[in-house]
Every structure is written in structure tokens, then in C-alpha cells.
Design a protein around this ligand. Structure first.
Ligand code: GLN
Length: 264
């Protein structure tokens, strides 16, 4: 590394550390590597020191090995959500040869795109009520050359329900009122409508399960991401709605992260 780069790296690290950024050294390297222009790198470090999410500042973040464009107005893809993609891929023997799927609350489109990248024969529609989010999803599909359909609709009161599906995946907003009152500073930059799941965080699970089971064929798979304390409650919702062989699956940190089941 050149002398000037070392000095800049040190300066950025200091800016980040002063803002209380935990991995100041590492993040300074990412910012330096991403932005050859020193003034821009400095400005970015200052915004990061005010706890704007690093992912928004860099503009891309990787999910399931695919680069995803992200920015204000869309939820940042989390590594935890890869657990949902893994869980579905591990159960692909339950899907027909050319499965039809929907990704509800698709946001950046990361789940739909990750699934499509591994199951090319999949027909998948990503649905979201936010046009801003769908703008990112469309760009992510284009950049990754993946053929996914996108639809702007409210999954809680859909204007259009698709034909019969073999698979529904969904990472809905699931934070509780309490969670929302105690958001990490970075998360507060993300859209509230992508985070808040009602007082107990379960509104979307209740409504989506009751509403969308009618477009899931018998034996079709419904797979949700959940908050780590919501496993039993979401599993109960699935069972009350006639789903069988329900499972709670943990993420790499050992926390409950996915609930799934099959339509009876
Ligand atoms: N996993 C996100 C968080 O903990 C929440 C996203 C969601 O509600 N689906 O901030």
C-alpha cells in the first residue's frame, strides 16, 4: 500500500473510531478500497461515524454470493436470511421439476434472486408494496442476469393473487413495538415498513398464512424467516392453518431463524 493510502487509512480509522464504530480499522479498509478519491472516502467515513449503514454507503452488499444494490428505502440483506434460502434448497425434493414460487415482501429481491440462481427452472415472482424497493430488485435481477418477475402489491391485501404455487417464501417485517423503540442506530436508517411487524411482531405471519395458503397447492412449502423468539408462535400459526410437518430451523449463531411447513 502506498504511503498516502496508509495515512488516509489511519485518518479514516480515527474518524470511525471517534464515532464509536466497533470495527473501525476494517471498515476504513473497505471504504478506502471502494473509493479511490480521498475526499469522498473522508465524507463517507464521516457519514459512517454518524452510524449510517456501511451497506448503504458502499451501495452494494453480497447475499448468497450475489452482489445486491442497496440504499435508502430498502432493507439490507442479512447473512441470517441465507438460512431461509438454504432451508428451501435443502427441501427441493418436495418441489416439482418446474416449480412456481412467490417471494412476499421481497425488498431488494435477494431471496428470490438467490433461489433463482440455484434453481434455474424456478418461476418466481417477488412481491412488495414499495416501488422504491422493487427498483432495487429490478436492478439486482438485471445486474445478476436472473429472470425473476416483480409485482407491486400489498401482500396483506393483494389486488392480484397468483395462480397455484409450489413454494412461498417470506421474510416479513417482524420486529415488535419494543424492538422498534430500541433499534440499533444503523437499523433506524432502514425503512420502518420493512421492520415493524405490529405490537407482537406477528401481524404478517397471521395474515399471510391465512390469506396465501389458498394459492399454495397441497404439499406446497411455506417458509418464513422469523425473529429468534418467534419460533413457537409462528409454528402454531402454521399448524392452526392446516400446515403439516412444520419445523423450526436455527441459523449459524444457533438462533431460531426459519419456520416452515407443508400445506395439507
Ligand atoms: N432481521 C432484521 C433485524 O433484526 C429484521 C428484518 C425483518 O423484520 N424482517 O433488524
Amino acid at each position: 500500500m502506498k504511503q498516502t493510502d496508509t495515512a488516509l487509512l489511519r485518518e479514516l480509522t480515527e474518524i470511525l473510531r471517534a464515532g464509536g464504530i466497533e470495527d473501525a480499522g476494517l471498515e476504513a479498509q473497505w471504504i478506502c478500497g471502494d473509493m479511490p478519491d480521498a475526499e469522498r472516502a473522508r465524507e463517507t467515513a464521516k457519514r459512517r461515524a454518524a452510524h449510517e449503514p456501511l451497506q448503504y454507503l458502499l451501495g452494494t452488499w453480497e447475499f448468497y454470493g450475489l452482489p445486491m444494490q442497496v440504499g435508502p428505502g430498502v432493507l439490507i440483506p442479512r447473512a441470517d436470511t441465507e438460512t431461509l434460502v438454504d432451508a428451501v434448497l435443502e427441501r427441493q425434493q418436495h418441489l416439482p421439476q418446474t416449480p412456481a414460487a412467490a417471494d412476499l415482501c421481497t425488498g431488494s429481491g435477494c431471496i428470490a434472486l438467490a433461489l433463482k440462481s440455484r434453481l434455474p427452472q424456478l418461476t418466481v415472482t417477488g412481491i412488495d408494496k414499495s416501488e422504491t424497493a422493487l427498483g432495487y430488485a429490478r436492478r439486482n435481477a438485471g445486474a445478476n442476469r436472473l429472470d425473476v418477475q416483480w409485482c407491486c402489491d400489498d401482500v396483506l391485501a393483494p389486488a392480484n393473487l397468483p395462480g397455484m404455487l409450489d413454494l412461498i417464501v417470506c421474510n416479513p417485517p417482524y420486529l415488535t413495538a419494543d424492538d422498534m423503540a430500541n433499534l440499533q442506530q444503523e437499523v433506524a436508517f432502514e425503512p420502518e415498513e420493512a421492520l415493524f411487524g405490529g405490537a407482537d411482531g406477528l401481524d404478517f405471519y397471521r395474515s399471510i398464512t391465512a390469506l396465501w395458503k389458498d394459492v399454495l397447492r397441497q404439499g406446497g412449502l411455506l417458509a418464513y424467516e422469523i425473529g429468534c423468539t418467534q419460533g413457537a408462535a409462528v409454528e402454531a400459526i402454521l399448524r392452526q392453518n392446516g400446515f403439516r410437518d412444520t419445523e423450526i430451523i436455527r441459523d449459524l449463531s444457533g438462533l431460531e431463524r426459519v419456520v416452515l411447513g407443508y400445506r395439507s
